[in-house]
Design a protein around this ligand. Structure first.
Ligand SMILES: Cc1cc2nc3c(=O)[nH]c(=O)nc-3n(C[C@H](O)[C@H](O)[C@H](O)COP(=O)(O)O)c2cc1C
Length: 391
């Protein structure tokens, strides 16, 4: 195993003991938006086993940004449990980040400020049909500005609660990714059209976050390499967006892909846990629709180790900016491959859900391979029982 993977790295004022990040995986451990003991333990355990930086998810910046009611809204009321979370991680010698996000048009939450889901443009919200929120509407400029402020406020609260880094979610088809995507963003104002315009909202968020967290706290962004469907955000868009993010003082970009409402398994690959998704679905009509049409509407993508490496390598050649690789890291050999390709850090999801001590295992055994077989039942059950590996 390359010593580089276990060498420290500095992002602004934050020194990380190695190159491993526990990537954001919505934990589903905050009933009615209030986390329980399991969430504290989950992140403490990651860092106790040598993950340098663990990422808490889902951190909605306001009520409109919730996909469901069991997610945290990062406002003043969240401070006590955010503090508990950061303390739990710091006690184990680790560092903690939070993924700040807004779901935009795809929501089925019944907690909201705006009756209609908000997005760049009017769009069918198939997740919200049963909750009588079937269509989104285009955000006004005032709503965009208020949301920028909400991102900044959430970042400030996270910092004040002891978080060491902030991750802004620009990927996976969430609000800022919806604005970036030419297939979804049909606006003809300063926030639509050219990439410069589509990226405006994201850049305003990044600037506002930087302003409140100061010069010492690293700001990371998770960004799509591509949306994974025709006319979506492309690799060319990604390359240009990374340059813009660098110009706006972003410290590292986590490269992923896919659009949760359209190509949800593009970002994970592997099996579609339909049985578990049906079981977890609370609405009986939605349950029936999923059972009968799930196979037809949810596309499957074959898994392979380091599945985003070919695309990310193309980007690596074009920028010196710190890049975080994520996607299918399941073995010591895979880690070596990512490091050899010149990435600065590695973010890992399922291999750490399966084995919180995965990093220690690869450190001690160059042949170690995760038992994760990409059954993705962790995804199927995340909302029902909290994220966990069934193996
Ligand atoms: C259970 C589960 C929940 C996830 N939730 C999120 C999330 O809240 N935010 C996010 O950016 N990605 C989320 N992802 C995607 C992961 O961050 C990651 O991009 C993806 O799983 C690929 O990495 P892996 O192969 O190491 O698992 C989730 C993945 C899983 C398995």
């Amino acid at each position: 195993m390359t010593p580089k993977a276990f060498s420290s790295i500095k992002l602004r004022g934050l020194e990380l003991k190695n190159r491993f990040i526990k990537t954001a995986t919505y934990e589903g451990m905050s009933k009615n938006g209030v986390p329980d003991e399991r969430l504290f333990k989950f992140h403490a355990e990651m860092t106790a086993h040598d993950v340098a930086l663990t990422t808490v998810a889902y951190g909605a910046v306001n009520e409109d940004g919730l996909t469901n009611e069991d997610q945290m809204v990062i406002d003043d009321s969240a401070m006590p449990y955010l503090k508990q979370l950061s303390d739990a991680v710091h006690e184990k010698g680790g560092k903690i980040s939070i993924q700040l996000t807004h779901c935009g048009y795809f929501t089925r939450s019944t907690r909201y400020q705006s009756r209609k889901p908000l997005g760049p443009s009017r769009t069918l919200n198939k997740y919200g049909i049963m909750k009588r929120r079937p269509y989104s509407r285009a955000m006004t400029k005032e709503e965009i500005q208020l949301t920028v402020k909400d991102f900044a406020n959430a970042a400030m609260i996270s910092k004040q609660s002891g978080f060491d880094a902030i991750e802004v979610h620009l990927g996976h088809g969430y609000l800022l990714s919806q604005f970036l995507s030419p297939a979804i963003n049909k606006r003809d104002d300063a926030y639509g059209g050219s990439l410069q315009n589509r990226a405006r909202f994201a850049l305003e968020v990044v600037d506002a976050v930087r302003l409140v967290v100061g010069e010492d706290v690293p700001v990371l962004c998770k960004l799509n390499l591509e949306d994974g469907f025709k006319n979506g955000f492309s690799l060319t868009d990604c390359i240009d967006t990374v340059k813009m993010l660098e110009g706006h003082g972003v410290d590292a970009v986590i490269l992923s892909g896919g659009f949760t409402s359209l190509t949800p398994f593009y970002l994970m690959r592997g099996e579609i846990p339909l049985k578990e998704m049906v079981e977890s679905e609370p609405n009986y009509l939605q349950k029936a629709a999923l059972r009968f049409f799930g196979r037809a509407i949810i596309r499957k993508y074959e898994f392979s180790g380091n599945f985003f490496l070919p695309l990310t390598k193309q980007l690596r050649k074009r920028t010196d900016m710190p890049l975080v690789y994520v996607g299918g890291v399941i073995s010591a050999e895979g880690i070596q491959e990512v490091m050899d390709a010149g990435f600065d850090m590695i973010a890992i999801g399922r291999a750490l859900i399966a084995e919180p001590d995965f990093i220690q295992k690869v450190k001690n055994d160059a042949d170690h391979k995760s038992p994760c077989d990409q059954c993705n039942i962790c995804v199927g059950y995340m909302e029902k029982t909290g994220v966990r590996c069934v193996l």
